[in-house]
Write a protein that binds this ligand. Sequence first.
Ligand code: SF4
Length: 241
Amino acid sequence: MQGFIHSTESLGTVDGPGIRFVIFMQGCPLRCKYCHNPDSWNINGGKAYQSDEIFEIAMKYKNYFMKNGGITLTGGEPLLQMDFCIELLKKFKAAGVHTAVDTSGFMFDIKRNESVEKHLELIKYTDLFLLDIKHISSLKHKELTGVPNDNTLAFAKFLSEHNKAMWVRYVLVPNLTDSEEDLKELRKFLDNLKTVEKVEVLPYHTMGVPKYKKLGIDYPLANVTAPSKAQVEFAKKILTR
Ligand code: SF4
């Protein structure tokens, strides 16, 4: 099967445990205001690969990632290419590789049987999910990303019900995602899940800004600066306790 890939990173250290071969899939249905990969949005972009091809490229690095690491599918939104992801993950699992998927959970539509069935298949071949919860308030989530958070929260519950390990990732943006009330509300939601192994607070940064300039898109958070160390510590205290 053919899939569209934005890029790869052979020795990734921030997308899951250990050293990882990271595959950035092309295409994303969200438009997060702080996105630092706007060049991954267009589903018609990226480079076409057969699943075998990308599997073989990744396995060249197996000496680095086999011990404590593995591979991670991220994006964009990798699950926009669900069938390709499942095929690829199956190959890695058959080769004994630890697999992680970094997702917004947006593709999980509990009202559609087909979507639920695909996700049931997906979790068979995924050891760990890195679940990006962008905001606990659906209204604010929509303002921030263009879509509500129902699917994301439903997917978190689905992973918990199916005993699937997850690391929750939360981007901390001053004045947008850092209110004490919202952080506490998110923590309350996480407290009801039984498979959250870790919560990662990711400080907002502006490294993606040059990409917007290159693409001729206005950067939506032009006046927002990175959170201070104290702001990050405050959020961590609430979310990672
Ligand atoms: S989900 Fe990720 S890739 Fe998609 S817009 Fe948001 S930050 Fe960017």
